[in-house]
Design a protein around this ligand. Structure first.
Ligand code: ZN
Length: 119
């Protein structure tokens, strides 16, 4: 697709945090629209600031259960992005600290836009 920001991610990337693996640097440039889940499994919606592509980010920490600590970023479509944002908006209702960290108006605006564009 030729985007200079996110073209390092074809489909998805995954990193084993305990093994010191890192995601491509471009992920740092993505816009973060908040997340739902908990400390063990958190699901973020990210967006490329240049081309507007959406990415789902899953952070997991299953160390206590004998599992791994990792992160995965995956290219997703409008429908999936809307699904994540709906859950984020739902979570923000009863998580004040989250609404302090993220711009709730921006998140809701993005969700409304996704619903208009999306299929
Ligand atoms: Zn891009």
């Amino acid at each position: 697709m030729g985007c200079t920001v996110c073209s390092d991610i074809n489909d998805s990337v995954e990193a084993d945090v305990l093994a010191q693996q890192r995601l491509p640097a471009c992920v740092e440039k993505f816009e973060d629209f908040g997340y739902y889940g908990d400390d063990l499994d958190a699901f973020h919606l990210l967006k490329c600031p240049q081309c507007g592509a959406y990415f789902g980010r899953h952070d997991w920490d299953h160390f206590e259960q004998g599992g791994a600590v990792g992160v995965r970023v995956e290219r997703i479509g409008f429908a999936e992005a809307a699904e994540i944002l709906e859950k984020v908006v739902e979570k923000i209702k009863d998580a004040e600290w989250l609404s302090n960290r993220y711009d709730v108006k921006k998140i809701k605006k993005e969700l409304a836009r996704l619903k208009m564009d999306g299929t």
